[in-house]
Design a binder for this molecule. Sequence first.
Ligand SMILES: *[C@@H]1O[C@H](CO)[C@@H](O)[C@H](O)[C@H]1NC(C)=O
Ligand SMILES: *[C@@H]1O[C@H](CO)[C@@H](O)[C@H](O)[C@H]1NC(C)=O
Ligand SMILES: *[C@@H]1O[C@H](CO)[C@@H](O)[C@H](O)[C@H]1NC(C)=O
Length: 278
Amino acid sequence: MKMSVAFPAVIQNMKMSVPLSLLLLLSLSLAIHTTDAFNITAMLEKYPDYSTFNSYLTQANLVSEINSRQTITVLAVDNSNISPLAGKPLPVLKNIISVHVILDYYDVAKLQKLSKNSVLLTTLFQSSGLAQNHQGFINVTKLGSDSIAMGSAAPGAPLGSNLVKSIVSQPYNISVLQVSHIIVPPGIDGSRSTAPQSSPPAPPTPTPKSGRAPTPSTTKSVAPALAPIVDDLADGPDLADAPNEDKADAPSGASALHVSLAVVVTMVLSTLYLASRI
Ligand SMILES: *[C@@H]1O[C@H](CO)[C@@H](O)[C@H](O)[C@H]1NC(C)=O
Ligand SMILES: *[C@@H]1O[C@H](CO)[C@@H](O)[C@H](O)[C@H]1NC(C)=O
Ligand SMILES: *[C@@H]1O[C@H](CO)[C@@H](O)[C@H](O)[C@H]1NC(C)=O
């Protein structure tokens, strides 16, 4: 580091006249206030019903990816409906769980007020670059005043999961919603078998073309010319339609910068302190 040059001058100029303890305290408090805005693991730990989903988030190594986002929605499934994920190889687990992370903030109220009855929302899986055939989008469709169905936007996938309830929301940064079933986009795990979807709103499921080989390959033909109608990219940050309770607990957006700043300040000050004792 280039500090080696700066130090002697700094020490001489300061003559230890600045109360170091005060500065140390300052940098400490700076460090304390600069953690991530939220910690999805800790948030879900308070709800034992989602313990398996929570541990999958960790196993799939998605926690820091989620925590580092500023506006995100996680669709969690409770332990009694998590079995479609059991025994999946880690990369597949990661891909499927990524489909349950929407890259924007949606709480229940916002979903109920969507501008259209049916929208496609972008998920973390889309940003992985691995998604094909709309596997990276979730279709959210309002069925009635209080009924919202979801499913993969990949062609032929059923809307087999329902919005159940809000688990945690921290407007407009993170929302954790419970959905009834795991959403498994066709082809994401290398098999063509549509995941068992027993949910009421699922339309009569067309059986997958039986002649099709179960290869997740690039030779798969891209079905119908579905232009991704990603409703929500168009309507921008929905700050307008929400109550004004959000600013309360929202510290920094530039937390990474602050952390490194705090670390540097702390390093400099401890060196100064040590130097002053020699
Ligand atoms: C998030 O919370 C979990 C569980 O409380 C904890 O083990 C982990 O260290 C926390 N992560 C961060 C980055 O603070
Ligand atoms: C969502 O799925 C339903 C049922 O398959 C379909 O009718 C609708 O067009 C889809 N929505 C979008 C935006 O593609
Ligand atoms: C919450 O999100 C907004 C952007 O929507 C961002 O400006 C703010 O810093 C975030 N708050 C936290 C605590 O990260």
